[in-house]
Design a protein around this ligand. Sequence first.
Ligand code: GLU
Length: 301
Amino acid sequence: MPSSTEYRGRFAPSPTGPLHFGSLVAAVGSYLDAKHHHGTWLVRMEDLDTPRCVPGAADDILRTLEAFGLHSDEPVIYQSQRTAAYEEALHRLKDNGAVYPCCCTRKEISDSALYGIEGPVYPGTCRNAIPVGREGRAWRVRTNNEAIELTDALQSRITQHLESQIGDFVVKRADGLFAYQLAVVVDDAFQRVTHIVRGADLLASTPRQIHLQRLLGFSVLNYMHLPVAMNGAGEKLSKQTLAAPVDESQPVATLLRVLDFLRQEPPDELLNSDVGTVMGWAVQNWHAERLIGMQALPACE
Ligand code: GLU
């Protein structure tokens, strides 16, 4: 058994398209932090939202990671094959009365909800019982207004009151798919992840994940939210904003741009070296603290 001080990190891409500069930043940042601490680094494919997954994208992402010297230390797990584990977690939540079925449609919710930090706050229509004549479609987890505090290695302390700012949130969707928030918590515990390094776009999700970790009796993890990469229009690089796939033809130059983005100040001589040398230098010289307080930065594509 690993000791409790062991560092286990991970990169958890959703295979909705090829890796872009922003996702490579999360991959490299999580890898460097893990390896700098002599830890284990894992890759997990978050291919749960099957309608959004693109055939071939998972293999494509793994090939790209390899080109940058990013090898998972253990076999890659796929969320699409982990439904039984999510079902089991949902059962535990049901047994504890922590979740309830909900019949509300998106339209019904947006018609009657107040707006919180991430859109409509569920008004609680089905919290005590589903209205007569209706059927449950999704499962929601009960929230409360106790302050959930998150101490992040880079970002200032976050406090969220889930009930009023987010509302009871979905853990199993009306289409039968498990929600990201539940799957991520179950898998991080299953893989014994201790440190999460990912983009600051997921900062607001973290208190929901802490809430689920507590309900399921899992340990709360260490978090580091890296700045997200923005395009010239100030939008987060993503498939929706048509971010270009990363340039694998010149992996050293691309890696140096990622290290520049991460404020690691790689020496110019590295440009004439190879991927292994660049990564070796970067692991040794990792200074995450240079990113303190940065939530978004222009991409160096
Ligand atoms: N799969 C998520 C994404 O691609 C990341 C999940 C995580 O790192 O917790 O945005």
